[in-house]
Design a protein around this ligand. Sequence first.
Ligand code: 3SL
Length: 248
Amino acid sequence: MKLFVYHTPEAVPPTGPLPDCAIAVDVLRATSTIATALNAGAAGVQAFSDLQNLLDASESWDPNHRIRIGERGGKMVEGFDLGNSPLDCTPDRVKGARIFISTTNGTRALACIQSAKTVLTAAFINRATVVRYLLQQQPETVWIVGSGWEGNFSLEDTGCAGAVVEGVLAAGAVSLDDLAGNDEAVAAVMLYRSFQNDLVSLLKHATHGQRLLGLKLYEDLEYCAQIDALGVLPIQQEPGILVKHEAF
Ligand code: 3SL
Protein backbone atom coordinates (compact mmCIF):
# COMPACT_ATOMS: atom_id res chain seq x y z
CA MET A 1 0.00 0.00 0.00
CA LYS A 2 1.20 3.51 -0.89
CA LEU A 3 -0.41 6.56 0.69
CA PHE A 4 -0.31 9.85 -1.20
CA VAL A 5 -1.34 13.03 0.60
CA TYR A 6 -2.61 16.05 -1.35
CA HIS A 7 -3.11 19.22 0.66
CA THR A 8 -5.90 20.54 -1.55
CA PRO A 9 -8.19 19.31 -4.35
CA GLU A 10 -6.16 21.52 -6.73
CA ALA A 11 -3.02 19.46 -5.97
CA VAL A 12 -4.57 16.17 -7.10
CA PRO A 13 -3.02 14.91 -10.38
CA PRO A 14 -5.37 16.15 -13.12
CA THR A 15 -4.69 13.20 -15.43
CA GLY A 16 -3.46 9.64 -15.09
CA PRO A 17 -4.80 6.67 -13.18
CA LEU A 18 -7.13 7.09 -10.22
CA PRO A 19 -6.19 5.44 -6.93
CA ASP A 20 -7.84 2.28 -5.61
CA CYS A 21 -9.09 4.27 -2.65
CA ALA A 22 -9.53 8.02 -2.23
CA ILE A 23 -10.25 9.73 1.06
CA ALA A 24 -11.63 13.26 1.43
CA VAL A 25 -10.71 15.20 4.58
CA ASP A 26 -12.37 18.36 5.85
CA VAL A 27 -11.91 18.32 9.61
CA LEU A 28 -13.48 21.80 9.90
CA ARG A 29 -16.13 20.77 9.36
CA ALA A 30 -17.70 18.87 6.45
CA THR A 31 -16.23 15.41 7.02
CA SER A 32 -16.74 15.73 10.79
CA THR A 33 -20.39 16.57 10.08
CA ILE A 34 -20.81 13.70 7.59
CA ALA A 35 -19.38 11.17 10.06
CA THR A 36 -21.56 12.52 12.86
CA ALA A 37 -24.75 12.49 10.78
CA LEU A 38 -24.22 8.90 9.60
CA ASN A 39 -23.29 7.82 13.11
CA ALA A 40 -26.52 9.39 14.36
CA GLY A 41 -28.58 7.34 11.91
CA ALA A 42 -28.90 9.52 8.79
CA ALA A 43 -29.86 7.27 5.86
CA GLY A 44 -27.32 8.88 3.55
CA VAL A 45 -25.47 12.08 2.77
CA GLN A 46 -25.50 13.52 -0.74
CA ALA A 47 -22.81 16.12 -1.38
CA PHE A 48 -22.97 18.99 -3.86
CA SER A 49 -20.43 21.67 -4.70
CA ASP A 50 -23.19 23.86 -6.08
CA LEU A 51 -26.04 25.16 -3.92
CA GLN A 52 -28.58 25.39 -6.75
CA ASN A 53 -27.90 21.79 -7.81
CA LEU A 54 -28.54 20.75 -4.22
CA LEU A 55 -31.85 22.60 -4.10
CA ASP A 56 -32.95 21.08 -7.43
CA ALA A 57 -31.99 17.52 -6.47
CA SER A 58 -33.59 17.67 -3.04
CA GLU A 59 -36.84 19.28 -4.21
CA SER A 60 -38.62 16.00 -4.91
CA TRP A 61 -37.79 14.52 -1.48
CA ASP A 62 -40.36 14.42 1.27
CA PRO A 63 -39.47 17.46 3.45
CA ASN A 64 -39.96 15.27 6.56
CA HIS A 65 -37.16 12.98 5.42
CA ARG A 66 -34.71 15.47 4.01
CA ILE A 67 -32.30 17.91 5.65
CA ARG A 68 -30.59 20.58 3.62
CA ILE A 69 -27.22 21.67 4.98
CA GLY A 70 -25.75 24.76 3.35
CA GLU A 71 -22.61 26.57 4.47
CA ARG A 72 -20.61 29.38 2.96
CA GLY A 73 -17.85 31.22 4.82
CA GLY A 74 -18.66 29.30 8.01
CA LYS A 75 -22.28 30.49 8.12
CA MET A 76 -25.57 28.80 7.30
CA VAL A 77 -26.93 29.69 3.87
CA GLU A 78 -30.31 31.39 4.11
CA GLY A 79 -33.23 29.08 3.41
CA PHE A 80 -31.36 25.91 4.40
CA ASP A 81 -32.27 23.75 7.40
CA LEU A 82 -28.86 23.69 9.05
CA GLY A 83 -25.38 25.18 8.80
CA ASN A 84 -22.45 22.79 8.86
CA SER A 85 -22.12 22.18 12.59
CA PRO A 86 -21.67 18.51 13.50
CA LEU A 87 -23.26 19.34 16.84
CA ASP A 88 -26.59 19.91 15.07
CA CYS A 89 -26.59 16.34 13.73
CA THR A 90 -28.30 14.72 16.69
CA PRO A 91 -30.19 11.42 16.30
CA ASP A 92 -33.56 13.08 16.95
CA ARG A 93 -32.91 15.44 14.04
CA VAL A 94 -31.19 13.27 11.44
CA LYS A 95 -32.28 9.65 12.05
CA GLY A 96 -33.63 8.12 8.82
CA ALA A 97 -33.18 11.35 6.84
CA ARG A 98 -31.31 11.95 3.59
CA ILE A 99 -28.89 14.81 4.15
CA PHE A 100 -28.17 17.12 1.22
CA ILE A 101 -24.99 19.06 1.94
CA SER A 102 -23.00 21.80 0.24
CA THR A 103 -20.04 23.47 1.94
CA THR A 104 -17.32 25.88 0.83
CA ASN A 105 -14.47 23.39 0.34
CA GLY A 106 -15.28 19.92 1.70
CA THR A 107 -17.87 19.00 -0.87
CA ARG A 108 -15.53 20.17 -3.67
CA ALA A 109 -12.85 17.79 -2.37
CA LEU A 110 -15.34 14.94 -2.51
CA ALA A 111 -16.38 15.87 -6.04
CA CYS A 112 -12.78 15.73 -7.29
CA ILE A 113 -12.28 12.12 -6.16
CA GLN A 114 -15.73 10.69 -6.75
CA SER A 115 -14.65 8.54 -9.71
CA ALA A 116 -12.17 6.50 -7.65
CA LYS A 117 -13.04 2.85 -7.07
CA THR A 118 -13.59 3.42 -3.35
CA VAL A 119 -14.25 6.80 -1.77
CA LEU A 120 -14.19 7.37 2.00
CA THR A 121 -14.28 10.43 4.21
CA ALA A 122 -12.01 11.01 7.19
CA ALA A 123 -11.93 13.39 10.12
CA PHE A 124 -10.14 13.09 13.44
CA ILE A 125 -13.34 11.72 14.99
CA ASN A 126 -13.49 8.67 12.68
CA ARG A 127 -9.77 8.24 11.94
CA ALA A 128 -9.68 4.73 13.50
CA THR A 129 -12.32 3.27 11.17
CA VAL A 130 -10.50 4.64 8.11
CA VAL A 131 -7.27 3.07 9.31
CA ARG A 132 -9.03 -0.22 10.01
CA TYR A 133 -10.48 -0.23 6.49
CA LEU A 134 -7.07 0.39 4.92
CA LEU A 135 -5.43 -2.34 6.99
CA GLN A 136 -8.18 -4.85 6.16
CA GLN A 137 -8.55 -4.04 2.46
CA GLN A 138 -4.92 -3.21 1.64
CA PRO A 139 -5.67 -0.99 -1.40
CA GLU A 140 -2.53 -0.60 -3.48
CA THR A 141 -2.80 3.16 -3.98
CA VAL A 142 -4.54 5.59 -1.65
CA TRP A 143 -5.02 9.33 -2.03
CA ILE A 144 -5.82 11.37 1.07
CA VAL A 145 -7.11 14.72 -0.14
CA GLY A 146 -7.39 17.73 2.14
CA SER A 147 -10.11 20.25 1.36
CA GLY A 148 -7.96 23.24 2.17
CA TRP A 149 -9.55 26.67 2.08
CA GLU A 150 -10.30 28.10 -1.35
CA GLY A 151 -7.28 26.42 -2.90
CA ASN A 152 -4.90 26.97 0.00
CA PHE A 153 -3.31 24.58 2.50
CA SER A 154 -5.25 23.84 5.69
CA LEU A 155 -3.31 22.83 8.78
CA GLU A 156 -6.14 20.68 10.15
CA ASP A 157 -6.74 18.62 6.99
CA THR A 158 -3.08 17.77 6.50
CA GLY A 159 -2.83 17.05 10.25
CA CYS A 160 -5.69 14.56 9.90
CA ALA A 161 -4.13 13.01 6.79
CA GLY A 162 -1.02 12.52 8.96
CA ALA A 163 -3.15 10.88 11.67
CA VAL A 164 -4.34 8.33 9.10
CA VAL A 165 -0.76 7.65 7.97
CA GLU A 166 0.30 7.31 11.62
CA GLY A 167 -2.55 4.87 12.29
CA VAL A 168 -1.43 2.61 9.45
CA LEU A 169 2.20 2.82 10.61
CA ALA A 170 1.14 1.86 14.15
CA ALA A 171 0.11 -1.57 12.85
CA GLY A 172 3.85 -2.12 12.51
CA ALA A 173 3.93 -3.85 9.13
CA VAL A 174 5.67 -1.13 7.11
CA SER A 175 8.11 1.73 7.53
CA LEU A 176 7.20 5.34 6.77
CA ASP A 177 9.48 5.33 3.74
CA ASP A 178 7.75 2.26 2.34
CA LEU A 179 4.27 3.59 3.06
CA ALA A 180 4.64 7.20 1.91
CA GLY A 181 3.84 7.73 -1.77
CA ASN A 182 4.96 11.37 -1.76
CA ASP A 183 6.78 13.90 0.43
CA GLU A 184 3.47 15.36 1.57
CA ALA A 185 2.66 12.08 3.34
CA VAL A 186 5.89 12.37 5.36
CA ALA A 187 5.23 16.03 6.17
CA ALA A 188 1.65 15.20 7.19
CA VAL A 189 2.70 12.57 9.71
CA MET A 190 5.32 14.93 11.18
CA LEU A 191 2.65 17.60 11.55
CA TYR A 192 0.30 15.17 13.28
CA ARG A 193 3.05 14.03 15.65
CA SER A 194 3.73 17.63 16.71
CA PHE A 195 0.11 18.14 17.77
CA GLN A 196 -1.17 14.66 18.60
CA ASN A 197 -1.44 15.38 22.32
CA ASP A 198 -3.30 18.63 21.80
CA LEU A 199 -5.42 18.58 18.67
CA VAL A 200 -7.55 21.47 19.92
CA SER A 201 -4.46 23.62 19.74
CA LEU A 202 -3.80 22.47 16.15
CA LEU A 203 -7.33 23.58 15.25
CA LYS A 204 -6.87 26.89 17.06
CA HIS A 205 -3.69 27.62 15.09
CA ALA A 206 -5.47 26.92 11.81
CA THR A 207 -6.80 29.95 9.95
CA HIS A 208 -10.17 28.30 9.48
CA GLY A 209 -10.19 27.41 13.18
CA GLN A 210 -9.69 31.09 13.91
CA ARG A 211 -12.49 31.98 11.50
CA LEU A 212 -14.83 29.61 13.36
CA LEU A 213 -13.68 30.96 16.73
CA GLY A 214 -14.59 34.42 15.42
CA LEU A 215 -18.10 33.02 14.87
CA LYS A 216 -18.08 31.77 18.50
CA LEU A 217 -17.95 28.11 17.44
CA TYR A 218 -15.41 26.94 20.03
CA GLU A 219 -17.51 23.86 20.86
CA ASP A 220 -17.31 22.77 17.22
CA LEU A 221 -13.50 22.93 17.40
CA GLU A 222 -13.44 20.92 20.61
CA TYR A 223 -15.74 18.32 19.10
CA CYS A 224 -13.81 18.02 15.82
CA ALA A 225 -10.52 17.62 17.71
CA GLN A 226 -11.52 14.31 19.33
CA ILE A 227 -9.45 11.49 17.91
CA ASP A 228 -11.15 8.13 17.17
CA ALA A 229 -14.35 9.14 18.93
CA LEU A 230 -16.83 7.55 16.50
CA GLY A 231 -16.99 4.02 15.08
CA VAL A 232 -18.42 5.06 11.74
CA LEU A 233 -16.98 4.82 8.24
CA PRO A 234 -18.61 6.95 5.52
CA ILE A 235 -18.24 5.25 2.14
CA GLN A 236 -19.47 6.37 -1.27
CA GLN A 237 -22.32 4.20 -2.53
CA GLU A 238 -22.75 6.00 -5.85
CA PRO A 239 -21.13 9.22 -7.06
CA GLY A 240 -21.70 11.93 -4.46
CA ILE A 241 -23.73 9.75 -2.08
CA LEU A 242 -22.19 8.52 1.16
CA VAL A 243 -23.59 5.90 3.48
CA LYS A 244 -22.41 4.21 6.65
CA HIS A 245 -20.22 1.19 5.84
CA GLU A 246 -22.15 -1.72 7.31
CA ALA A 247 -19.10 -3.62 8.56
CA PHE A 248 -17.73 -0.74 10.68
O1 3SL B 1 -15.03 24.52 3.82
C1 3SL B 1 -15.87 23.69 4.12
O2 3SL B 1 -16.29 22.85 3.38
C2 3SL B 1 -16.44 23.79 5.50
O3 3SL B 1 -16.61 22.60 6.09
C3 3SL B 1 -16.36 25.06 6.13
S1 3SL B 1 -17.11 25.25 7.69
O4 3SL B 1 -16.31 24.68 8.72
O5 3SL B 1 -18.44 24.73 7.69
O6 3SL B 1 -17.15 26.71 7.92
